[in-house]
Ligand binder design. Structure first.
Ligand code: SAH
Ligand code: DHB
Ligand code: MG
Length: 227
């Protein structure tokens, strides 16, 4: 069993709050989106504010005009990313749960972003396949944050919706260190392990991963750039 100190995580959560207070301004739209998501009974698994701001920095620094997100939930990460889009940009976000889509659409509308954001309801693999079949122009930035057991399938489908230079971020690849567990029977962890194993034989991309600690515990994300 992996050992970790709860004290360390508590300290990381307090530092997260400290940094958030120093660096991010109070944002009633984003806070409202979380409150509405919570009131609707959605799981509290949106990215943390600092990670949302980090995604926004990635979108700005890559000057992405076309963003794809897999896993919308209440639209919290969506709002962070879409705010960095110019008016002629587009963010497509995919969510399987119809009532969740309803909450996300309300939050995105309240944020004044409905002209730039398209929420597509459906199973991500099906929606991605139809985007490929429809010859959808490539996306510049892709955030993958849905069911972790399908991570490898999402990588393969997203590569078909990419161009050289497309940046992909895959959330939750560390899971409190559970990614190390050999013979783990959690489908999400197994899916991430299969995804990570694939890079040994996958050419044509640059990849790295960053571990994160903070308000949401100990986790991490993988970053892939198409060469
Ligand atoms: N990106 C969001 C959090 C997403 S949570 C944020 O940070 O604010 C993961 C979401 O993926 C959930 O809403 C869940 O319903 C959705 N999801 C899970 N499996 C899916 C699938 N196969 N296709 C599409 N969405 C899926
Ligand atoms: C879970 C999913 C997420 O996308 C996340 O960021 C944290 C937790 C989950 O399913 O538990
Ligand atoms: Mg996540």
């Amino acid at each position: 069993m992996l050992k970790r100190s709860e004290g360390d995580l508590d300290l990381a959560a307090r530092v997260d709050t400290f940094l958030e207070e120093k660096l991010l301004s109070v944002d009633p739209v984003l806070e409202g989106a979380l409150l509405k998501s919570d009131a609707a009974g959605l799981e509290p698994i949106a990215v943390s504010p600092l990670l949302g701001a980090f995604l926004q920095i990635l979108v700005k620094s890559t000057q992405a005009k076309r963003i794809l997100e897999i896993g919308t939930l209440g639209g919290y990460s969506t709002i962070w990313m879409a705010r960095a889009l110019s008016v002629d940009g587009e963010l497509v976000t995919i969510e399987v749960d119809p009532s969740t889509v309803g909450i996300a659409v309300q939050n995105i509308t309240s944020a004044g972003l409905s002209d730039r954001v398209r929420v597509i309801e459906g199973l991500a693999a099906d929606v991605l396949t139809s985007l490929i079949d429809d010859d959808t122009p490539p996306f510049d930035f892709i955030f993958v944050d849905a069911d972790k057991m399908s991570s490898l399938q999402y990588l393969e489908l997203c590569l078909k919706l990419s161009r050289p230079g497309t940046l992909m971020v895959f959330d939750n690849v560390v899971r409190g260190g559970r990614v190390l567990e050999v013979g783990c029977d959690d489908p999400g962890v197994m899916g991430v392990q299969k995804f990570l194993d694939h890079f040994a034989e996958l050419g044509g991309v640059s990849v790295s991963a960053l571990q994160t600690v903070g308000a949401k515990g100990y986790d991490g994300f993988a970053m892939v750039v198409v060469d």
